[in-house]
Write a protein that binds this ligand. Sequence first.
Ligand SMILES: Nc1ncnc2c1ncn2[C@@H]1O[C@H](COP(=O)(O)OP(=O)(O)OP(=O)(O)O)[C@@H](O)[C@H]1O
Length: 876
Amino acid sequence: LGSMGSISVSYGEDGPVFCGLSSDGSHLVACSGADASVVYGAPLRIPFLGLTAGDGFACGLLLDTSQPYCWGSNSYVKIGVPQPMVEGVEYSMLSAGDNHLCALRMPDKGIPHGDTSVIDCWGYNMTATHVVAGAVSTISAGSVFNCALFSRNRTVFCWGDETVSGVIGLAPRNVKFQSIGAGGYHVCGVLENAQVFCWGRSLEMQQVSPTGAIGEGDVSIVPMDAMVSVVGGRFHACGIRSLDHQVACWGFQLQNSTSAPKGLRLYAIVAGDYFTCGVPAETSMKPRCWGNSGPLALPMAVSPGICVSAACSPGYYEYVNHGELGGSKACKPGNSRLCLPCSAACPDNSYESSPCNVTADRVCQFDCSRCVSDECWSYCTSRKQTNNHKSMDFQMHIFVAEIAFAIILIFTVTAIACLYVRHKLRDCRCSKSKLRMTKSTTYSFRKDNMKIQPDVEDLKIRRAQEFSYEELEQATDGFSEDSQVGKGSFSCVFRGILRDGTVVAVKRAIKVSDAKKSSKEFHTELDLLSRLNHAHLLDLLGYCEDGSERLLVYEFMAHGSLYQHLHGKDSNLKKQLNWTRRVTIAVQAARGIEYLHGYACPPVIHRDIKSSNILIDEDHNARVADFGLSIMGPVDSGTPLSELPAGTLGYLDPEYYRLHYLTTKSDVYSFGVVLLEILSGRKAIDMQLEEGNIVEWAAPLIKAGDISGILDPALSPPSDPEALKKIAAVACKCVRMRGKDRPSMDKVTTSLERALALLMGSPCIEQPILPTEVVLGSSRMHKKVSQRSSNQSCSENELVDGDDQRIEYRAPSWITFPSVTSSQRRKSSASEADLDGRTTTDGRNVGSSIGDGLRSLEEEIGPASPQENLYLQHNF
Ligand SMILES: Nc1ncnc2c1ncn2[C@@H]1O[C@H](COP(=O)(O)OP(=O)(O)OP(=O)(O)O)[C@@H](O)[C@H]1O
């Protein structure tokens, strides 16, 4: 909504997304918010002059070609460069409504005759070229209409769907505006005297909004303050006051909205439907947002306005970036500039200490002899204190010298006392640690194989909070059936609410007789968690070990597992997972696994990658869970592990179960199976189908180029299936028989990122998009640090370094409880894969389909030994 600016807010059912041009003068865009198609579709390496956004999409005016470029997902607005009405035409301004985009042609291009302006529009009921008599300086789009401001007589002209908007007929004819900002069903403008005037029918639109969600207020009842600019949301408007550059909002708000910040000076604002953001006049330039849902503070530094080639007009000053990196140029090319409006006057009781000039806004200072406002009082009081401090400086020096001696004395005494107490405490800890050391000798796996030093281990485990059994029992309503959200092979998962109101998932291990082993695994995994930290791994919040009870407390994943979405009873869930969401989930899960393989130290092999271990949080982001079977150790060492293979039927790497070679490529195989599930919507093993095993069914079809033969019939295929073809090819490579022929996880991630970019119509498919870099901090950025550290041995020091790195990631990840043998897990997973109630017949089916797989494996890696045959027969 509104006019083009350096910032934009898209909106829609997937939530608001803020996009902004970088403050460093690079003109590059970064987006943050809940709608993956807008966040991940943003072309990160293409410079834009300005941005605008609508329902589920954002558009920018390309700096180099002056063409519009859109991303996100909206059925009516073409993603990429909309077809120009005239070949090669260039534009100076864009504005986006709910389902359309309009662009103002550059004055010297494509103008048929004389003093006219040409505006091209695309989208729902809007695709047309409008030739307007008179030069237009600004265009601003509402939900289903547009307005243009003429540069000479400063009047407004609107067009679009009058029946729905009711705005066009109400537009004032001879009123002169400095600027305008269209909203959902209204337009506000700053008049020549800096007062605001709004028109439209947002008041009547109360009915079309969710019942009871609207607060009090009429958008036409405007504040009396003078404003420098104004923007419109769905039923509200906000403006920047001339006097102090603070924001004022009016009109309807959703009831659970956060209100506009007070006391904050802003350079620029932009509104989505119920969400508004502004760029604060601070050196950090990090946007602040308010309204309904969406992030309230954003980590990116953005530009406060768009660049123009003309000199700043009177009443404006040229903005110079004094950001955190120093005074860089705010605009490209060098002869363009960013003009911001001067403050109109100084607030009451203040006087102008320097006027607005070409490079700076006016500076105001309070007159402390005539204070009436609180702001003035607090300023003068603090200044008075400063002056008093100065006069007291000399006395202070003497005083300080006097007490310095006393402090040194106290410090010395305290230090001696502390050293004495520490000495006593160390004795005490020593005895405890001895006890623990004795205990830990029983955990030979951890002690001998993991090479973890006990005191480091203690330090790490302390990061997860310890809960009492009673607290978790209370949180989950006594582990009631109603609270249960899932069941795994060896644990039940409950939804719980902690005393402080945090919603959590509590994983309770089914009690096992082999308590020692279970405790071993519990500690191994707690230890593992402390090493892992990534945006796409599940966070552990705490644990409880009480007798034979083992409980783990995790962040609650509001949308359950990928398995539930793809294969659950609710077919709507499956449909909701459109291609963009599916591929986004694949990219995010791949990143989580890539982190385990390439960045965790020592590297971690998950061993149980499957769709039920990919959880989906409330923002629809994927989080890899369940490291219960994880093995830490040398990657791709090629050393066969002595343990029997473990994992889940249908996902298990044939080379691993056949030869017991466990490498990171085993996870790659399992992830390949997940990719096939995502593409086809089929389960990894589905005995109701002729080819029970998804790999044996899908791989030949993909190899034969029949991609449509495997795509999930629940979704209509995308207009351009190229991206899905690429993903199918990646999946095929992942499920190759030999591990060494499979790609590594970082290659898989890169290919998937490119496919996602392609799916969203990004022009830069050669450069993978890295949304995590924008939103959460990047695993790629960490690669450098990790690579540096991987050159050294994985020492204790590195673990400490790793702690610093965690700042950029979310907190850790996952655990499972008891030790799980392969046969146990396969039995249980077979039940998960809907094998319940089918015994011998299904068993034979599984055997035969796996047998085919084995035949091809044997062709590749030779026949199985008698012991291996026995093992395979027993387990499959
Ligand atoms: N943090 C969580 N938030 C919400 N739901 C969860 C969470 N963790 C697990 N679940 C739900 O509980 C189910 C069971 O999880 P669990 O990890 O115990 O078993 P699993 O991984 O599905 O199977 P297995 O134990 O056989 O590997 C999951 O499939 C998921 O639907």
